[in-house]
Design a protein around this ligand. Sequence first.
Ligand SMILES: [Zn+2]
Ligand SMILES: [Zn+2]
Length: 140
Amino acid sequence: MEFSSFCPHCHSFQEFSLEVFSMKSCGSCHADIFVNATDAFKESFHFNQCPHCSSAHLYRQKDFNRKLGISLMAIGIILSFFTYGISLLLVTVIDWWLYKRVGDVGCCYRCQSQFRLSPEVEALPSFDLELYDYYQNLRP
Ligand SMILES: [Zn+2]
Ligand SMILES: [Zn+2]
């Protein structure tokens, strides 16, 4: 599993790749990262809560880089003046292919931690706007 989040103590960006669970510490301030990891998470990366902030709500979405998609489309539009629209067709195909290819990413509504490459991510519920709004309003 791959994990990315901000350190709860010094707020520096942290990324880890884990085969089995181990207590990771922040590369900058050495504070523990998985302070709220449950037994289920330690055993099989099961998300009954966020291992980072202990929030009970996580969601799953396509790990698709929207900026990349938009840039591709822009290039296609510019080039279409010279290629009579063929480039536009081409970027649409590339866009679709990239979208199909990417896996899911698990995210925490509260601390925005991200989890990748774990079968447990596929088991998470899909994005819920109401929950998202709820956590947005909690922020200072
Ligand atoms: Zn830190
Ligand atoms: Zn969290």
